[in-house]
Design a binder for this molecule. Sequence first.
Ligand SMILES: [Zn+2]
Length: 347
Amino acid sequence: MENMLGPDTSSWEANPIGYFNMNSLKQNFGLVYGQPTGKQNGYQSPIMVTPTRTQLFTPPNEEDEPGPKAQAVSVSSSFFPGSHNAISDTIFRSSDGVLFYITSKVLLTCSKKIFQEFLGASIGEQRFRDVIIDIPESSAVLNIIIHTVYGISVARHSPSFEDVETAIYRMPAYGIAPKDLIVPTKPLYELLLSQSPLYHIKVYTLAGHFKLEDLAVKVSSHLLSYDLSELTDDLVKSMGATYLRRLMCLHCNLVETLKSIILQPPSPHPVTPDCDFLEQKKLSRAWALAASYLAWDSRPESDLSIHAIQSTFAELGDRLDCDECKRVLKERIKEVVVQWVNVKRTI
Ligand SMILES: [Zn+2]
């Protein structure tokens, strides 16, 4: 093992099977955040692990059977030596032991202070070259963070929403500003949008937390049927007062707008021998009943779809004998639908 890890020996040549014992690596490369443990001969040359098929997986399968394989060094399938047509000079290791070979220049392009607070110095410094830097995140989370910093989509790894959420909340700890990276057309923005229908309130909360205005507006259209009484203290605290107020206003305003649109019953038609003003009051009363049902007993969007409104009022026509009453009812329904379609449904 000593020989294998010597500076002049390629680890791949010394260990053709392609596996490394993690404990041996730790003993020989007891380097954390670029700091030697003291008993080493200064900084070691990098652990050049040639990725093999068995090593290439990200994130690692937690179901792997225990045994020799479980101790193999895992290398990210996206960030391995030579990936992205670049020579990597920085090695991150996730808490579950996956190595990510990255280029410090790319990190520094994202932010000059990236990982600076975490490392205690700029990642551009020579002492961080070719040593293993432990990052206290799972490989799934670290994978999302690095993809985002590189500006490439992590979608092909199908990350869980929980991991995406964790990655974003952890970014500031590494000097990464979500506000700069989660904007329209950027990969992480698109990924969050695609997850919005299922995780609407969580995406909205995250957007509020980091003041991601574009995302908050977009995801709010999925929150029309959200029951505000389900908001927890944690969600409210995290999204902040401004975005909570905007969400509540969205709900209140929508119902108020609907009320104002449907309040007016169909206009009476000129009196005919069969239908006088008194007779036409039946339609006005029926309309008022249907309107109050829609405006007071329903929740926006779920019960107030265009179809629901249309069919609720259209049913009134079934009980009308006068063709003129049927005509004014149809016209009024058309007006209501046009106005309702054009109502703004976002914060
Ligand atoms: Zn009539």
